[in-house]
Design a protein around this ligand. Structure first.
Ligand SMILES: Cc1cc2nc3c(=O)[nH]c(=O)nc-3n(C[C@H](O)[C@H](O)[C@H](O)COP(=O)(O)O)c2cc1C
Length: 396
């Protein structure tokens, strides 16, 4: 997907690697950043060489690794001057302490002082170090100066202990770089996104559901967060990781989702219904597991129409719906748009290659008013941004 917009495409990233066990993860971080289209230059500390070799970082980044301030006397100025963003991963207690106190005694710490852009740090250390009040004070100083922190997580640490101090996962570090560089055009929006399938129970162990994975809705929630919105994500059962920073509400049935949306609607400026809400629900759920029999006739009734209810509100938010169809026609989606008082509807033919359930791409038509904008097959992240772009334009 050559032409799609990517926040990290053609960005110059300066990566500082410091002396912690998590330094081996820097290789994966470099690889994934390059996949996003970024160019990565690495500065490592002397201590970091005990944990990752300069050669491996050089091979991964495709650039000479810089470590010595005196081998190229101007590098402490030129390296930061050429970079769009600076990330330290892993960030030791030592580099955080040095930076917070203006110490510049090696290439990395000196570059940090001469850099003028956004700085992201991914602290990683033993929990005792992380909870040390001296370290906390240094970290607080950096955060108060606008440095962006990602992680650490709780978990089993390299030393064998359990606790807080595990470096953030690579996708989370990448997400925080994207967020740091993204255009914050949704700062005043409270966006309510629904995602995933619902489950309509026949009895305590059986339910009717559908193939929705939640990928499209989760991508919209991440994109909206990145662009500065407050985001509430109401999700049916999904195996996806919760996007960090969203207000997350987990639901199962269509009625659960209806009630959760009703509760959040008054404080939302935008509702994006990417969930695949079941149209039908059993008229009565059996409290006991249904016995095996030759035949079972199910009585289904309509489940609540969440969008239609939202569209009838006096103070309705901007409403974006999805119409997953098995056919190429957009008429039906256009009809839903009008009938349910939506502002925009995203049509996709789930039978088309690269579109629909459980894949990472989608091919959609954005319909608003009389306009139809057909997008090519794009990643769901790119589709999410395209939908939000269109919404921003209409609301401007
Ligand atoms: C085996 C081992 C693992 C270490 N892991 C960490 C770590 O995860 N985080 C940390 O802050 N320091 C860790 N340290 C201590 C740092 O390596 C030490 O503070 C060093 O001076 C950091 O230098 P730098 O910040 O210039 O890379 C570790 C030390 C050893 C010997």
């Amino acid at each position: 997907m050559k032409n799609e917009r990517k926040v990290l495409r053609n960005k110059s990233i300066l990566l500082g690697v410091t002396g912690g066990v998590a330094a081996y993860k820097s290789l994966d971080l470099i690889r994934r950043l390059r996949e996003e289209g970024s160019s990565v230059k690495v500065i490592m500390t002397g201590a970091a060489k005990n944990f990752a070799t300069p050669l491996s970082l050089e091979v991964a980044s495709g650039h000479r690794v810089c470590a010595d301030i005196f081998s190229d006397p101007m590098s402490h100025i030129t390296l930061p001057a050429d970079a769009d963003i600076f990330v330290i991963a892993p960030a030791t207690a030592n580099i955080i302490g040095k930076f917070a106190n203006g110490i510049a005694d090696d290439l990395l710490s000196t570059c940090l002082l001469s850099f003028r852009g956004k700085i992201v740090i991914a602290p990683a250390m033993n929990w005792r170090m992380y909870e040390n009040p001296v370290f906390r004070k240094n970290l607080k100083t950096l955060l108060s100066l606008g440095v962006i922190q990602v992680g650490p997580e709780k978990g089993s640490l390299a030393c064998g202990e359990e606790g807080i101090g595990k470096m953030a996962d690579v996708p989370d570090i990448i997400e925080s770089l994207k967020s740091a560089l993204a255009n914050k055009d949704l700062l005043n929006e409270n966006i309510l996104v629904t995602a995933g399938p619902t489950r309509e129970y026949l009895d305590p162990v059986r339910f009717l559901s559908n193939r929705s994975s939640g990928k499209m809705g989760y991508a919209i929630a991440r994109a909206a967060l990145r662009r500065g919105a407050e985001v509430t994500l109401i999700s049916g059962p999904s195996s996806l990781d919760k996007p960090k920073g969203v207000h997350f509400i987990s639901v199962e049935t269509a009625w659960d989702m209806f009630n959760a949306v009703a509760g959040e609607l008054p404080s939302s400026t935008v509702l994006i219904m990417a969930a695949a809400v079941s149209d039908f629900t059993p008229a009565k759920m059996s409290q006991k597991k249904l016995e095996k029999s030759e035949k079972l006739i199910l009585h289904l009734e309509r489940s609540p129409d969440i969008i239609a209810a939202a569209g009838k509100k006096k103070k309705k938010p901007f409403i974006i719906g999805f119409a997953a169809e098995t056919g190429r026609k957009t008429e039906n989606a256009r009809k839903k748009l009008k009938e349910k008082n939506m502002d925009m509807i995203i049509f996709n033919d789930v039978t088309e290659a690269g579109a629909g359930f459980d894949v990472d791409t989608n091919k959609v038509v954005i319909i608003e008013g009389e306009k139809e904008i057909s997008l090519p097959v794009l990643s769901k992240d790119a589709v999410a941004d395209a939908i939000l772009d269109r919404m921003v334009k209409i609301r401007a």
